[in-house]
Design a protein around this ligand. Structure first.
Ligand SMILES: Cc1cc2nc3c(=O)[nH]c(=O)nc-3n(C[C@H](O)[C@H](O)[C@H](O)COP(=O)(O)OP(=O)(O)OC[C@H]3O[C@@H](n4cnc5c(N)ncnc54)[C@H](O)[C@@H]3O)c2cc1C
Length: 420
């Protein structure tokens, strides 16, 4: 049996950053990373650029194989952790190997949820999470481009960021279709109707029809996708389906190990879990956010990166706390969309929104939505107005009291006025 001072499950940005942080602090410690994928770290954020042909496959990689050797990090690539036995400080792998750890970081992320509906295993149905998913999507796009024009269609199921990634990547390759969403409007769990309408106009101006209040009950076809059936009975013809129904945690191996699981593995602000010697970070964690006084489960690149740093520092024995305001930022159809801080409204949250929808989808429309609790700005959604990102981040972080928040509905009022 092998034994490591520090063992990390997950070779994503969180796991690799934690390993680098630990190596920076302790030259002698034994460190290992386990990942079911057998790749050096790559960028999931850049996968759409790879699909769109803007960058090569090689350009996705943020580390090479030599990185692990040079830093004396043992990489168990292509090995899945199947069981965590926390009272013995042990992880079991698919190969049957047992690994004992001093400290363990769970940074296993998640996978796109797979609905149990007829036809779900037909060809040309896609998830969008890994480099292999991206390779498969590129193949499907090539096939679709060979078909007659009227068959060059994808149906995207899901009204979140992954739905947007699908839509903008396929649009960039000249393929449109439908976006099926359960809610009355796009990202309806976070956006107000005006913001959602602006976003929807960008999606629809780029070749997609949004079908709201709907879901897919069956995927049609014999071998390959030919269409989908909606709950209304309507049939949409298409040659591919993209699934963006949210993340399920990669949690099988730690179920029953005593960890407290809520919307993720629950941690305190130092990313310590409820079980001794075990930390959790990145997409799989539901971490306590001191700025907001509550736990949040956040699926974003910068959040996972900062978690990696904090987890590494604390596994080494320091006492670092989460002190950053997390954000998700992406560019779709040339439009920048940013979600910052806590955008989950509850009964104590007041939201105000401002912007200009006049040139809907024409590129100049913009909207911002602000989330307030106790006269403090706790979160914001920003569509096509990235210049306000910095000041909004400062207002959230510095906790400037904003009593006259209704004034923010005035689109001309500068945010700087509230920072003083
Ligand atoms: C297409 C796409 C675009 C995105 N765009 C943006 C963006 O623009 N901005 C942004 O902020 N965020 C974006 N994100 C989200 C961001 O990429 C993630 O939040 C981030 O990568 C999470 O990192 P992580 O280290 O927590 O988890 P992951 O990167 O998911 O890493 C977890 C690793 O654990 C491994 N693993 C899981 N279970 C096991 C097991 N049992 N045994 C061994 N290994 C296991 C997995 O194989 C995986 O490699 C995007 C994501 C995708 C998919």
């Amino acid at each position: 049996m092998q034994k490591f001072d520090y063992l990390i499950i997950g070779n994503g940005i969180c796991g690799v950053t934690a390993a680098e942080t630990l190596r920076g602090k302790d030259a002698e410690a034994s460190i290992a990373i386990v990942d079911q994928e057998n790749n050096p770290l790559y960028s999931r954020v850049l996968l759409p650029n790879y699909i769109e042909g803007k960058i090569s496959r090689e350009a996705l990689f943020l580390r090479d194989e030599a990185f692990y050797r040079k830093n004396n990090i043992v990489f168990f690539g292509g090995e899945t952790a199947v069981k965590l036995v926390s009272d013995e400080n042990k992880i079991y792998l698919t190969s049957g190997e047992e690994i004992e750890y001093g400290k363990l970081l769970l940074a296993s992320g998640g996978h796109i949820a797979k609905p149990s509906i007829p036809g779900i295993d037909l060809k040309n149905i896609h998830f969008f999470r890994t480099i292999f998913d991206a390779d498969d999507i590129i193949e499907t796009i090539k096939q679709i481009k060979e078909l007659p024009q009227e068959k060059q269609k994808i149906v995207i199921w899901g009204g979140g960021f992954i739905g947007l990634e699908f839509a903008s990547s396929f649009a960039a390759c000249g393929i449109g279709g439908y976006v099926v969403i359960r809610r009355p409007y796009y990202m309806g769990d976070r956006l107000d109707a005006d913001s959602a309408n602006l976003l929807s106009s960008f999606i629809e101006n780029n070749g997609f029809k949004i079908i709201n209040n709907s879901y897919i009950t069956e995927i049609l076809g014999t071998d390959t996708v030919e269409g989908v059936k909606l709950n209304s009975g309507e049939i949409l013809e298409c040659s591919s389906v993209g699934l963006g129904l949210g993340l399920d945690l990669n949690s099988d191996f730690f179920a029953g190990s005593g960890l407290k699981i809520t919307k993720g593995i629950e941690t305190n602000e130092r990313l310590e879990t409820s079980v001794k010697d075990i930390y959790a970070g990145g997409d799989v964690a539901n971490s306590f956010q001191p700025s907001f006084g509550k736990h949040l489960s956040i699926g974003s690149w910068t959040n996972a990166l900062f978690h990696g740093k904090i987890a590494g520092q604390n596994m080494f024995g320091e006492k670092s706390s989460i002190d950053f305001i997390s954000s998700y930022s992406g560019v779709y159809f040339g439009i920048n969309i940013i979600f910052m801080g806590d955008t989950s409204a509850d009964k104590d949250t007041i939201t105000v929104s401002r912007g200009e929808n006049e040139s809907l989808g024409g590129g100049t429309g913009w909207r911002e939505q602000f989330f307030f609790r106790d006269n403090l700005l706790v979160g914001a959604t920003i569509i096509n107005r990235s210049k306000d990102r910095k000041i909004i981040g400062e207002l959230i972080k510095n906790k400037n009291e904003i009593k006259n928040y209704l004034e923010l509905t005035d689109s001309l009022k500068a945010l700087e006025e509230y920072a003083g």
